[in-house]
Design a protein around this ligand. Structure first.
Ligand SMILES: [Zn+2]
Length: 174
């Protein structure tokens, strides 16, 4: 299993996972074919700096959306039109691709840029289906689009949603 840096500053932000691997809301193979099974949602305050978890090349950016949904209805959340979620996609030298999603508009990088590990890619914002907590959605897919299980430097806790939920996420209705 590959290990990545945490995609934010863990000295100034708590590590709080609100949807882990195979989470019930959107960390699955979606109807549009997107494989997000091993995604992780880190709760972060709006404006938190998002950092590259590994060096690579910027292969995709959407950063002009003002559209977001802060409710919990998956029909609405997953039904948002493509382009609603501001994100950055970084391709690594082994062909894997990391997705950093729910960013604020106007990221400080552009397609084709080489980014180093720890470089700031943007900040958390309101775009796409954020649910009731602003967060960074992070996932790594292989070159064929298959979601990969990964681990993070500096985090030894569980990543599987059910394991996290049973430990500290007993929130009514979630
Ligand atoms: Zn997510």
């Amino acid at each position: 299993m590959q290990t990545f840096g945490l995609p934010f500053n863990s000295a100034s932000n708590q590590i709080k996972i609100i949807q882990g691997n195979n989470g019930p809301w959107s960390h699955k193979i979606l109807k549009n074919g997107q494989d997000s099974r091993y995604a992780v949602d880190f709760e972060l305050q709006i404006g938190a700096e998002i950092k590259a978890a590994r060096e690579g090349t910027v292969m995709g950016i959407i950063d002009s959306s003002d559209t977001y949904y802060d409710g919990n209805d998956p029909v609405i959340g997953l039904g948002l039109p493509f382009g609603s979620t501001n994100f950055v996609a970084i391709r690594h030298d082994d062909g894997t691709v990391a997705y950093y999603m729910h960013l604020a508009k106007n990221v400080p990088i552009k397609e084709g840029d080489l980014v180093s590990k720890g470089q700031i890619l943007g900040v958390t914002g309101l775009s796409g289906w954020i649910g009731d907590k602003p967060h960074l959605h992070f996932q790594v897919n292989n070159a064929d689009g298959v979601s990969l299980p990964i681990t993070f430097e500096g985090y030894q806790g569980p990543l599987e949603h059910d394991a996290i939920y049973h430990q500290n996420l007993r929130i009514e209705g979630r």
